[in-house]
Design a binder for this molecule. Structure first.
Ligand SMILES: Nc1ncnc2c1ncn2[C@@H]1O[C@H](COP(=O)(O)OP(=O)(O)OP(=O)(O)O)[C@@H](O)[C@H]1O
Ligand SMILES: [Mg+2]
Length: 238
């Protein structure tokens, strides 16, 4: 298999404390990998480092064959998109949120407008196009964030607990839709969650992060087993 992103000997230090240390990590082209772990394990810190938002204290990250360094960070980052738990939308309309993100990345007005319409429709929020992002419900805001990320047509998508703030029915519906979309598009995705019941909807493989270390990594069946996935009380990092 062909890796889209590899990391070797990366670590992150904050306030003199080592937040994570990873010897080797690989995300394959076209796969969805879930990263599961308890609060404070270092999932968000690792995601931000892999997405080239936060520099690693040490180590090497290779994205699509190119080693990341100061000189190409921006160019590589522009081929990625990140969706967070809080939607982080700009204080403007839904439509403008997509348009501005696309224009910042240098997409022409015509193409940006085509992609905005396409992805608002695809996420079922075309009717909200002119509504202010501030006035959206949690579910609508996450649909907007996801539409914005897909409109960027990234080569690599990062999702940091995008469903954590949603109620159960909203979350379930969005998980199913997104699972189908990721599969149809063969989108390479790094999906962070602490709720492992979400994993089978989206991911084929799972890595378990505990105290800044990847303690397990394998297919969902290897990590959880069907029985464990059905027993929601079971904890993968114990
Ligand atoms: N800027 C920072 N300064 C100091 N400590 C930090 C900083 N950023 C993260 N940390 C610490 O790093 C650890 C990992 O944080 P991180 O947010 O990566 O965990 P997480 O696995 O994403 O947790 P959660 O499930 O709650 O989102 C925490 O103990 C946090 O306090
Ligand atoms: Mg986090």
């Amino acid at each position: 298999m062909d890796p889209m992103l590899t990391a070797r000997d990366i670590s992150c230090v904050q306030a003199n404390r080592e937040i994570f240390r990873i010897d080797h990590f690989a995300l394959m082209r076209g796969e969805v990998l879930a990263m599961v772990g308890p609060n404070g394990a270092g999932k968000t810190s690792l995601l931000l480092t892999l997405a080239l938002v936060h520099p690693a204290a040490a180590g090497t990250i290779v994205f699509d064959g190119e080693t990341a360094h100061k000189g190409n960070l921006l160019q590589l980052r522009r081929r990625m998109a990140v969706v967070f738990q809080e939607s982080l939308l700009f204080n403007m309309s839904v439509q403008e949120n997509l348009m501005v993100a696309l224009r910042i990345r240098g997409v022409s007005r015509k193409d940006a407008s085509y992609r905005t319409e396409k992805w608002l429709k695809r996420f079922g929020i075309a009717h909200l196009a002119r509504q202010s992002a501030r006035s959206l419900s949690g579910g609508e805001a996450q649909r907007t964030s996801l539409a914005r990320a897909f409109a960027l047509e990234p080569d690599l998508l990062f999702l940091d607990e995008p469903f954590a703030a949603l109620d159960y029915p909203t979350r379930n519906m969005l998980l199913k839709e997104l699972g189908q979309l990721l599969k149809d598009m063969k989108m390479t995705t790094f999906f962070v969650t602490h709720d492992y019941s979400e994993i089978p909807y989206l991911a084929q493989r799972t890595a378990v992060l505990y105290d800044g270390r990847i303690v397990k990594c394998g297919t969902n069946a290897e990590i959880f087993g069907q029985e464990n996935l059905e027993r929601r009380a079971w904890v993968p990092w114990e």
